[in-house]
Design a protein around this ligand. Structure first.
Ligand code: NAD
Length: 363
């Protein structure tokens, strides 16, 4: 039976990567019934200025599974991030970003195998912000002066909420993920020494949850110390659990350990749906050039196959990607020693090579 999956091509390099990934997934022989839905700035005029039309959310809720290309967010001005809104609206609280070394990848590190678990609904990403000079910002600054301390009157303010509920469920999720995936250690990451009431609460709840999971080792690290340790000894870590903002930053750092953003997949899990998407963004400067690396999105497709219990297809697709990497012929510019290497191939040629490995016809 075909799996019904919402397919969101996104913008920038998204549509090319989505097409390549769709081909790779279909080359496994698994049947999909794709429900293609568009979101982002390119479609907002059609939907009354809304970059995330209701039908996109309805489709994801109906199918329970989506594969999504990256979507551009204007910096500083314009609409709120479609990605953040999607995660908040569907309560996709558990973001999983595996970072794994594949043989043949140019990297300073070998044998890295980390899972970044990021809480994706709270923290400074919650979208609770007060614009500099606004009436609300001035009222809040006035209130803070009476209750907490002086904030300069010309400040903009972003609020960092961390709850017991949000923290408990992300650690329960992380321990559960660790057990199901044969991982041995969970590390809680924080800055509890400075932010005692937000990160301090996070650490306190993490320790409580860890007590209920004695089969899995547990420790914690302050986020700045973790950054240094990750670049010195990444092999000492297994599953890292982070609040939203640190999770965003550390997952890019970990992507750098395994060869870059072109190889970093991701998944967002919630109670109602799971959305699979690469860690990277829409890289607008490469849009439409058949240049970007589709492997991060294809590896997100591997995570989706596992979620759909298509374990054999997931294994075969991952092996096909690993073989193409190891051969080093049909890979994009970012996986070559020099960025202008003339032997680099394009996005669609990577899809051809992977389809061929899987025994599917090449167009
Ligand atoms: P980016 O990840 O889009 O690109 C940064 C750089 O990484 C690119 O210039 C390119 O050199 C490289 N890169 C990224 N993906 C690559 C790929 N598949 N193959 C080869 N090289 C690749 O980050 P950015 O420039 O900070 O963000 C661009 C836009 O994407 C922004 O609007 C941002 O908000 C958005 N974004 C979206 C998502 C998402 O949809 N989930 C995630 C991150 C960023």
């Amino acid at each position: 039976m075909a799996h019904s999956v919402t397919l969101i091509p996104g913008d920038g390099i998204g549509p090319e990567l989505t097409e390549a990934t769709r081909r790779a997934l279909e080359s496994t022989g698994v049947q999909f019934d794709w429900d293609v839905q568009h979101a982002g700035s390119d479609v907002m005029d059609q939907f009354g200025g809304n970059p995330l039309p209701d039908q996109v959310l309805e489709s994801i809720e109906r199918n329970g599974v989506a594969l999504k290309g990256p979507i551009t967010t204007p910096i500083g001005t314009g609409f709120r991030s479609v990605n953040v809104t999607l995660r908040k609206t569907l309560d996709l609280y558990g973001q999983v970003r595996p970072c794994k070394s594949y043989e043949g990848v140019r990297s300073r590190y070998e044998n890295v195998d980390l899972i970044v678990v990021r809480e994706a609904t709270e923290d400074l990403y919650a979208g609770i912000e007060f614009e500099q000079g606004s009436e609300d910002a001035l009222e809040l600054i006035d209130w803070l002066a009476r209750h907490a301390g002086n904030v300069r009157p010309d400040s903009g303010i972003s609020i960092k909420p961390i709850s017991i509920h949000g923290t408990r469920r992300i650690f329960e999720f992380a321990f559960d993920y660790a057990r199901k995936n044969g991982r041995h250690k969970v590390t809680a990451v924080h800055k509890a020494n400075i932010m005692k009431f937000s990160d301090g609460l996070w650490l306190h709840v993490a320790r409580e949850v860890a007590e209920g999971h004695s089969g899995i080792e547990f420790d914690d690290r302050i986020v700045d110390n973790l950054c240094m340790q990750l670049v010195q000894r990444p092999e000492e870590y297994d599953v890292l659990v982070l609040p939203n903002l640190y999770g965003d930053i550390i997952s890019d750092l970990c992507a750098g350990l395994v060869g870059g953003l072109g190889l970093a997949p991701g998944a967002n899990f919630g109670t109602k749906a799971a959305v699979f998407e690469p860690t990277h963004g829409s890289a607008p400067k490469y849009a439409g050039q058949n240049k970007a690396n589709p492997m991060a999105m294809m590896l997100s497709g591997v995570l989706m196959l596992r979620h759909l219990d298509e374990t054999d297809a997931a294994d075969r697709l991952e092996v096909a990607i690993a073989e193409v990497i190891a051969e080093g012929k049909s890979v994009t510019y970012d996986m070559k020693p020099a960025r202008d290497d003339p032997t680099a191939v394009g996005t669609s040629q990577v899809a051809d090579a992977i389809a061929e490995k899987l025994g599917a016809p090449v167009w």
